[in-house]
Design a protein around this ligand. Structure first.
Ligand code: ARG
Length: 432
């Protein structure tokens, strides 16, 4: 388990009960600090968690305290996120509905866990987050917190209050809450090491191409370099450990892959997805590193795993992805599926060569000390080691059950067919 580094500013003793608030530094959670004090009579402990999104967590501490939180924590959780959430998901080639690398989804259980840690340390009875009532994230937070600390009560101010954005700004002004200066963004976005999610605004029209300004991590494939970039990714036991021969720690490796693939326009995803709350929603993602690493990992698995394991693992991967999406990271089934996935990764070691070119990431070579690819068996050229005389016997045995069925049914089927023909030609008697 990777540890998360914390900058702590613990709360002084007080009579009021405490709530630990997941604090992003944005308008919603800034307003929530004051709102929780006023409407729930609670002392607020603000927690900002860095999972690789932009923003300055230290500044968040100052802002939260200036708004009135009794304590504020900045937690650098990037390493823990990469090692304990991203890598297990990569080993499972996790893609929700076969397309979305679950970047937002898999950060939620980690954030929930860190909030619970702080709540326990601070003796808080409540945890609060800024999710609305229509998304998946509220489910992921609430369910993960419940799984880890069933006695902690959850507050979701934005599910409770009925303020519009304008009213929020009014409330902030009246209460002297500094309004975060952010360049106006017509979308709702979420970012971390594994990707960037984008929804709302014109993206909600599922029939229209997402506008160029909705992308930030990837260049348009039209503007990507005219020459391909080749990258060699080294894996050990299912985990990427090097890029172009250079060993890199997890966070740096992911950042590097996001850059290389993003510059080549790789990783744009346009998805009409099924939210857990029953809504179909159009969202776009930019996951350049994730898309490239998953492709490379899948390809290496194709080289070292048997056909049986590969096909069974596909079923596990799909279920794993659904559990991650549905907020069930901390569930017994997830533990069991993860154990299966982990057991398949023992020989997923080797190097994969990927060609990044104008929006596509194409695996163009792979090798492993545990490769099951045997050129002597595969080749059609000289040096063929495959025993051709064995093919006929194999096919005879392989087809034997079908031959048996065919001859056993032959005569019986004739009778059935004749009866059906007769029934067709004599019209059914009418009932009175
Ligand atoms: N739909 C994605 C998910 O449920 C991402 C949601 C991210 N939120 C956002 N404001 N873009 O995992």
């Amino acid at each position: 388990m990777a540890s998360s580094k914390k900058k702590v500013n613990a709360a002084p003793k007080s009579e009021r009960k405490k709530v630990v608030l997941a604090y992003s530094g944005g308008l919603d959670t800034s307003v929530a600090i004051r709102w929780l004090q006023e409407n729930h009579d609670l002392d607020v402990v603000a927690v900002s968690i860095d999972v690789g999104q932009p923003g300055d967590m230290e500044k968040n501490i100052d802002r939260a305290k200036s708004i009135g939180s009794v304590a504020a924590y900045a937690i650098d959780a990037r390493e823990a996120f990469a090692e304990d959430y991203v890598w297990p998901s990569l080993k499972a080639n996790a893609l929700y509905q076969g397309i979305y690398p679950l970047s937002t989804a898999i950060a939620r259980p980690l954030i929930a866990k860190l909030l619970v840690d702080v709540a326990k340390k601070e003796g808080a009875d409540f945890i609060a987050h800024g999710c609305t009532a229509k998304g998946n994230d509220q489910v992921r937070f609430d369910v993960s917190i419940a799984a880890l600390a069933p006695n902690i009560k959850i507050l979701a101010p934005m599910r409770e209050w009925v303020m519009t954005r304008e009213e929020e700004i009014d409330y902030a002004k009246k209460n002297g809450i500094p309004i975060p200066v952010k360049k106006a963004c017509p979308y709702s976005t979420d970012e971390n090491l594994w990707g960037r999610s984008c929804e709302c605004g014109v993206i909600e029209d599922a029939s229209k191409e997402p506008p160029e300004d909705s992308h930030e991590w990837t260049v348009s494939p039209l503007k990507a370099p005219d020459k391909p970039t080749y990258v060699e990714i080294g894996f050990e036991r299912g985990v990427p450990v090097s890029v172009d021969g250079r060993k890199l720690p997890p966070v740096e490796l992911i950042v590097r892959m996001n850059k290389l693939a993003g510059e080549n326009g790789v990783g744009r995803i346009d998805h009409v997805e099924d939210r857990l709350v029953g809504i179909k929603s159009r969202e776009t993602y930019e996951c350049p590193g994730a898309v490239t690493l998953i492709k490379a990992h899948q390809s290496l698995e194709g080289l070292v795993l048997t056909r049986d394991v590969l096909s069974f693992k596909k079923l596990v991967e799909q279920r794993f992805s659904e559990l991650a999406y549905d907020g069930l990271w901390f569930s017994p089934l997830m533990d069991a599926l993860s154990a299966f996935v982990e057991s398949t990764q023992k020989y997923v070691t080797g190097v994969v060569r990927v060609k990044l070119y104008k929006g596509s990431a194409e695996v163009v070579g792979r090798e492993s000390p545990y490769s099951l690819y045997n050129e002597g068996l595969a080749t059609y050229a000289k040096g063929d080691e495959f025993d051709h005389t064995s093919a006929e016997g194999f096919i005879y045995v392989w087809g034997l059950p079908l031959r048996t069925v065919a001859s056993a049914h032959k005569d019986k089927m004739k009778v059935v067919d004749e009866k059906a023909e007769k029934a067709k030609s004599s019209p059914a008697k009418k009932r009175k």
